[in-house]
Write a protein that binds this ligand. Structure first.
Ligand SMILES: Nc1ncnc2c1ncn2[C@@H]1O[C@H](COP(=O)(O)OP(=O)(O)O)[C@@H](O)[C@H]1O
Ligand SMILES: [Mg+2]
Length: 420
C-alpha cells in the first residue's frame, strides 16, 4: 500500500490503528497499532468486527453506499445524505471531481461525530463566527430550494463554512453543528472547541417553508412528549422558534465521547438490509455490549413510544450506543430523531415500520410487544405500554401550545393510537 492510501485512526489522543484503502477493488484494511493493542487500554472501543490481533484485517464485504467499502465503525464517520450534497457542492466549487473515502475521512479529520479522528488531516481555514441566517441563505442555494435570482455563484468561503459544520452529522435533513458559549451566548462553528465553556448543539434547520408547516417544531413537540414519557434524550430547544437544537451526546463533560450507531457497530446496512432491521437485533446488540438492564428497559420504552406515536423511521442508524472510556463499557445512547416521520399532508393506508417487531412491520399488537418483552426479560411491560399510551391526549395540547397548524395536528392525532 502506498503511503498516501493509508491514514491513522485516532481516539482520545492515541493512535488506535491504520486504515488502508484499495481504490481499484473497493477493499479496505485495518491494522491495530501494536502498542495500543498490547496496552489493553480501551479494549472495547471497537467491540465487534475488528479482531484484536496484530496482522492487518481485510474488508471486502461492505460495498453498500452506506459503507463505501470501509469497516462499518469507520464508515459511521462519513457524511450521509445531506452531508454528501454539501460535500459534493464544495468539491465542485474547488474544481475537484471526486474523492476517495479515505480522502473524505481526511476532510472529516478531527471534526467528525463521536471521538474518532483521522490523520493526516486536510487543513482548512477557520471561520470566525457563525450566522445561522447566512448559513440558511447558502443552503437554500445549495439545495436549490428558492430560485436564485442573484446570478452569483456561491463563493468558496461561504461554502467552506457550511462544509465544515454541515457535513459531519448523518441523516437526510439539513443540519449544522454549533457551539454556544455558556456565559456570552456567542455562537461559533461546532468543529472548533470541545470544552465545558460551551454547549455543543446539533441544529436541525428549518429551511423549507413550502409544506406550510415546520417539521422541526413537530420534532420538538415529540421531544416534549418523550420527556413526559421518561425517555432519555439530550436537552433540546427551539432556536428562533423554528430550528430544532439538541445538545450533542458525543460532546459531553467538555470531552469527545465515542459513539457508534447500530449500523456502525454491526455492519447491518440501515438502507438495504430489511432482514437485519428489527428491534430484536437492537436488543441483541445491547446484550452483546453488556449494557445494564436499565438500558434495555429504556430501549423497550423507546420502542413502545415509537409505536404509539407512529415514528416509523426508527431505523438502525437512529439508535446509537455510547462508550465509557473510564469503565471500558457501553451504554445505550440517548434517543434522537423521534418525530412523526411521515408527511402529514399525505394519507398513507399502510405504513411499514423501519424496524420489525416479532417479524412484523405493520398491524402490530400488544401480543407482539409482550413477546419481545419476554425475550429480553423486560420488567412491567404492560405498565410501560399504559404509561406511554396515557400521554396520547398530550399531543393535541403540546402541539397547540407550539402553534403547529390545526390541520397537521389533527392528521397526526388520527395516526396516534392505542396498541390493540
Ligand atoms: N443529540 C445528538 N448528539 C449527537 N449526535 C446526534 C444527536 N442527534 C442525532 N445525532 C446524530 O446525527 C445523525 C442525524 O440526526 P437525525 O436527528 O437522525 O437527523 P435526520 O432527521 O436527518 O435523520 C443521527 O443519525 C445521529 O448519528
Ligand atoms: Mg435520522
Amino acid at each position: 500500500m502506498a503511503r498516501d492510501k493509508i491514514i491513522d485512526v485516532v481516539a482520545f489522543g492515541q493512535e488506535i490503528g491504520k486504515l488502508g484503502y484499495d481504490i481499484d477493488h473497493g477493499k479496505s484494511f485495518f491494522q491495530y497499532n501494536p502498542e495500543f493493542l498490547e496496552s489493553g487500554k480501551y479494549s472495547k472501543l471497537f467491540p465487534f468486527i475488528f479482531k484484536r490481533t496484530k496482522p492487518a484485517q481485510v474488508f471486502t464485504e461492505y460495498q453498500q453506499d452506506t459503507f463505501q467499502g470501509l469497516p462499518p465503525m469507520i464508515a459511521d464517520s462519513l457524511p450521509d445524505t445531506f452531508g454528501n450534497i454539501i460535500f459534493q457542492e464544495w468539491l465542485t466549487a474547488r474544481g475537484i471531481q471526486k474523492v476517495t473515502p479515505l480522502e473524505q475521512l481526511a476532510y472529516v479529520a478531527d471534526r467528525g461525530m463521536g471521538a474518532l479522528e483521522y490523520r493526516p488531516v486536510k487543513e482548512l481555514p477557520n471561520a470566525s463566527s457563525v450566522n445561522i441566517d447566512e448559513i440558511i441563505t447558502i443552503l437554500e442555494k445549495v439545495l436549490k430550494i428558492k430560485e436564485d435570482t442573484s446570478g452569483t455563484a456561491l463563493d468558496e468561503l461561504s461554502l467552506l463554512n457550511v462544509f465544515k459544520i454541515g457535513t459531519s452529522a448523518g441523516g437526510a435533513r439539513p443540519k449544522i453543528l454549533i457551539s454556544e458559549h455558556k456565559k456570552t451566548g456567542k455562537i461559533i462553528a461546532g468543529d472548533r472547541e470541545v470544552s465545558e465553556d460551551y454547549n455543543h448543539y446539533l441544529v436541525k434547520l428549518h429551511i423549507d417553508d413550502s409544506d406550510g408547516y415546520n417539521k422541526e417544531k413537530v420534532e420538538y413537540a415529540y421531544y416534549l412528549l418523550a420527556q413526559e414519557a421518561g425517555i432519555e434524550m439530550m436537552h433540546s430547544k427551539l432556536i428562533e422558534n423554528k430550528h430544532f437544537a439538541t445538545l450533542r451526546y458525543d460532546r459531553q463533560h467538555g470531552e469527545k465521547q465515542h459513539v457508534l450507531t447500530v449500523t456502525g457497530l454491526t455492519g447491518w446496512d440501515f438502507k438495504s438490509q430489511p432482514e437485519n432491521s428489527s428491534y430484536e437485533n437492537v436488543f441483541k446488540v445491547a446484550l452483546g455490549l453488556e449494557v445494564p438492564h436499565k438500558d434495555l428497559q429504556q430501549l423497550f420504552k423507546r420502542m413502545v413510544f415509537n409505536l404509539v406515536f407512529r415514528n416509523v423511521d426508527d431505523h438502525l442508524k437512529n439508535h446509537s450506543f455510547i462508550y465509557n472510556k473510564e469503565s471500558n463499557g457501553w451504554n445505550l445512547g440517548p434517543a434522537y430523531d423521534l418525530t412523526y416521520a411521515l408527511n402529514p399532508l399525505f394519507t398513507f393506508k399502510i405504513t411499514s415500520r423501519a424496524l420489525s417487531i416479532n417479524g412484523k412491520r405493520t398491524s402490530l399488537t400488544v401480543k407482539d410487544i409482550l413477546t419481545i418483552a419476554e425475550e429480553f426479560s423486560i420488567k412491567n411491560p404492560k405498565g410501560i405500554i399504559d404509561d406511554v399510551q396515557a400521554l396520547i391526549p398530550r399531543w393535541m395540547e403540546i402541539a397547540s401550545e407550539l402553534a403547529i397548524p390545526e390541520k397537521i395536528i389533527k392528521t397526526i392525532k388520527n395516526e396516534i393510537k392505542n396498541i390493540k
